[in-house]
Design a protein around this ligand. Structure first.
Ligand SMILES: Nc1ncnc2c1ncn2[C@@H]1O[C@H](COP(=O)(O)OP(=O)(O)O)[C@@H](O)[C@H]1O
Ligand SMILES: [Mg+2]
Length: 260
């Protein structure tokens, strides 16, 4: 496995993937969703994964998030060969090391923001008295302290996605995986979400984000393109846009409508 040197310190990739393949079997047909992906993602990177619908982006995210297992190939998450883990160990590693953010927010509708953010800690066995404190800190990190007792239906789409980001953060993951997190949001709210992700990334959280929007990929530091289950391009973005600056340049008016 290769390492890069940051400030003279050798660094291990958070994600190390070699010749990863994934086949889906649908009756007699096989779908080759991934046809051999080789990729390293290092601590502190902010990677956009782009590509047409059906090119394997979500399949890739599910594999690196340990939600599914590859057909073949090697995957090391923080140096751990996940193929060696049984289902319980895998669930533990996933819960501790990976935070997920999805297009549809995936919040539990009957729980408050605080309750939703506390959930991953329930599975991780965090002592009860520490849970609320940590959930509140995660909500504060996304600017939503004052919404702790609101349910998802009482929040705007952008606020719901921020709760989902707080939930992704709460176990102190090595990496945040976001699959089209701005897909259901208007452009201003999308930039707000990107501003939060950039802020987290500035605090050294590694992020891999799927998007089909070039405007969103422009905020990322590296852009990887998929086609037909393969990486066809992998480029450093020499000048990522600042989402905070992009927000400052927008006209002030249209604040989001909220039900309270
Ligand atoms: N659970 C599944 N069962 C069968 N085929 C699937 C499944 N998930 C994805 N696929 C197929 O795998 C290919 C890649 O899908 P996906 O990873 O969702 O692509 P993307 O996220 O880039 O749109 C597509 O052809 C899709 O139809
Ligand atoms: Mg997808």
């Amino acid at each position: 496995m290769s390492t890069v040197s940051i400030n003279g310190q050798p660094t291990r990739p958070v994600i190390h993937v070699e010749h990863l393949t994934k086949d889906y079997y649908l009756g007699a047909t096989v779908v080759h969703a991934l046809r051999g992906i080789t990729l390293d993602v290092y601590p502190g990177e902010f990677v956009a994964v782009m590509g047409a619908s059906g090119s394997g982006k979500s399949t890739f995210m599910n594999l690196i998030g340990c939600l599914d297992r590859p057909t073949s190939g090697i995957y090391l998450l923080d140096g751990i060969n996940v193929a060696d883990l049984g289902p319980d160990e895998l669930a533990l590693v996933r819960n501790r090391k990976v935070g997920f953010v999805f297009q549809g927010f995936n919040l539990l509708p009957r729980m408050t923001a605080l309750g939703n953010v506390m959930l991953p800690m329930v599975y991780a066995g965090v002592p009860r008295e520490r849970m609320e404190e940590r959930a509140r800190a995660a909500l504060a990190a996304v600017g939503l302290e004052e919404r702790a007792f609101h349910r998802p239906s009482e929040m705007s789409g952008g606020q719901q996605q921020r709760v989902a980001i707080a939930r992704a953060l709460v176990n102190g993951p090595s990496i945040i995986l976001a699959d089209e997190p701005t897909g259901n949001l208007d452009s201003r709210t999308s930039i707000e979400v990107m501003a939060i992700l950039q802020q987290l990334n500035a605090h050294r959280i590694t992020i891999v984000l799927v998007t089909h929007e070039p405007d969103i990929a422009a905020f990322c530091k590296r852009i990887v393109r998929f086609r037909d289950g393969r990486v066809i391009q992998d480029q450093v973005n020499p000048a990522p846009r600042s989402a905070a600056m992009a927000l400052a340049e927008l006209p002030p008016e249209d604040t989001e409508v909220m039900v309270t």
